[in-house]
Design a protein around this ligand. Structure first.
Ligand code: SIN
Length: 507
């Protein structure tokens, strides 16, 4: 049997695409049990959209372009911003409890590099959890969606003619299934789990990027990783987040003596673009002066009510954020790069689509504007669903595929440590070359595990980009090049004799 639409991933992009695909039948593979394993549920800030009386789509697009350090696709930014308000209203109508003001407007937070307060929020820092809950209820109630809870895609099935013919999936009992589909949508999130310090689920290791590349998709800008400046530094893996909305509400960044350090770094101080704040926090921690968020004056006693998730995370680490300084460190938070798609989610590989964080339309450039990620999942997920419904039917005939080798845990942990050290907030050519040597050595031992191939895309992209721009900062190339050029890599470009695409074998 050939399914019309198969969606892999159950964060905001996967679930919204599935809902918007109605009435076409959709099979949805959730990876982890529905509601777990996606970054969406952990998002704190909310959804950026031009909803306020002082705002416009043009201003939102302009802020998106400015934050992206010269690499944002301006058409994509305008598409994103123009659809923002209607997507937020659609989610609200579905039941998502965005906060409203007494006069019927939207309660909006201000986050870094936004010209105005623009982030539709839910109970302070509960937007991701609230949106995910709403979407889960909707997909469970939708007749056109067949949910395969906990089924994980291991590989894509190549089509005998051309393109993608579905996925090889593992069910929760470990059995493999060949699921043929006319249209396969990858929406499995980030590469944050390749870093030792991340705010994303550690299971997010760039699997979609690798599967798509194996069928010939282009990987765009893999070197651009966004580091959130204020992960709570209490030794957790993944690290809990202290939302930027705290700084929007007046919390300040100080050293261990209580001295504010951002005003001398950037005119926007704590609300400077995220990459600037992340580098400053990193430098503070390296220097031994320390970096802390001080919300005691700005938020104080209102903390538990206004930011319940951050409050809970702090208290669990023995920090009372009403009065104590919160120790912070940058953590891998978002991948601006990924599978190159057009503005309708098409990867250019017949039958293969991508949405959400694993995709790259170019809308985030070198540095994503805060709270544009949930919006990306909504806007481009909706567009992909519309494009798939309008696409002609495809006859598919799947070739064989095999599950990739897994990376043993000790190897994965050494890879994560090396990626944080060599491809983190600050990079240089020598460190990136060392990282590639480690990947070579691990691959010689363990085979082409997806985590290694994803890591190689990241490291090769970072080594090739001989400049500093947005989230990519090289001490050996500190200046920004005059010409902003995207990186585009295919699997064959990862020039290493030990790296060969996995060959089809028996499933
Ligand atoms: C935050 O709340 O600080 C994170 C929002 C985002 O990453 O867009």
């Amino acid at each position: 049997m050939t399914h019309p639409i198969l969606i892999v991933g159950a964060g905001i992009a996967g679930l919204w695409t599935a809902l918007k695909a109605a009435p076409s039948p959709v099979m949805l593979l959730t990876g982890a049990p529905l509601g777990h394993g996606s970054s969406t549920g952990w998002a704190q800030g909310g959804v950026a959209a031009a909803l306020g009386p002082d705002d416009s789509a043009a201003l939102h697009a302009q802020d998106t372009v400015m934050a992206g350090a010269g690499l944002v696709d301006e058409t994509a930014a305008m598409v994103l911003a123009s659809a923002g308000a209607s997507e937020v209203r659609a989610l609200y109508d579905l039941g998502a409890g965005f906060e409203r003001t007494t006069d019927g407007g939207w309660a909006l937070s201000r986050e870094a590099a936004h010209s105005v307060a623009r982030v539709a929020r839910m109970k302070g820092d509960q937007a991701g959890a609230g949106i995910l809950q709403t979407l889960i209820e909707a997909v469970r109630a939708a007749d056109h969606i067949d949910i395969r809870d906990g089924w994980r895609a291991e590989a894509l099935l190549p089509d005998l003619e051309d393109g993608c013919a579905g996925v090889l999936a593992r069910d929760p009992d470990g059995a493999l299934h060949r699921l043929e589909a006319q249209h396969t949508v990858l929406a499995t999130g980030s590469i944050g789990g390749l870093y030792a310090v991340t705010t994303t689920p550690w299971t997010s290791q760039g699997q979609a990027m690798v599967m798509a590349a194996e069928l010939g998709a282009v990987i765009r800008d893999p070197e651009f990783v966004q580091f959130h400046p204020t992960a709570i530094d209490i030794g957790r893996d993944p690290a809990p987040l202290a939302t930027e909305a705290l700084r929007g509400d007046g919390a300040i960044l100080v050293d261990r003596k209580g001295r504010r350090f951002m005003p001398e770094v950037h005119e926007l101080a704590e609300l400077a673009p995220r990459d600037v704040v992340a580098r400053a926090v990193h430098a503070q921690n390296l220097s031994g002066k320390g970096a802390f968020l001080d919300a005691s004056d700005a938020i104080g006693a209102a903390f538990p009510d206004h930011f319940p998730a951050v409050f809970k995370a702090c208290m669990s680490g023995g920090i009372d954020p009403r009065t104590d300084l919160i120790p912070v460190a940058p953590a891998a938070h978002y991948h601006m790069g990924g599978i190159e798609t057009d503005l309708d989610g098409s990867t250019g590989v017949a039958g293969l689509w991508a949405g959400g964080e694993c995709a790259c339309t170019g809308v985030h450039g070198a540095n994503r504007l805060a709270s544009n990620s949930l919006l990306d999942g909504l806007v481009f997920g909706h567009r992909a669903a519309d494009a798939i419904k309008a696409a002609p039917a495809r006859a598919v005939s799947a070739e064989k595929a095999e599950a990739p080798p897994a990376l043993p845990d000790d190897a994965l942990q050494s890879l994560r440590a090396a990626i944080s050290a060599q491809a983190g907030v600050i990079r240089d050519g020598a460190g990136l070359s060392q990282l590639i040597s480690l990947i070579d050595a691990l691959q010689a031992l363990h085979g082409p595990a997806p985590a290694l191939i994803a890591a190689r895309f990241l490291a090769v992209g970072a080594l090739q980009r001989e400049e500093s721009r947005g989230g990519h900062s090289r001490t050996d190339f500190p200046a920004r090049s005059v010409l902003a050029q995207p990186t585009r890599l295919r699997l064959d470009d990862l020039s290493n004799a030990s790296l060969t695409p996995r060959q089809a074998g028996a499933a």
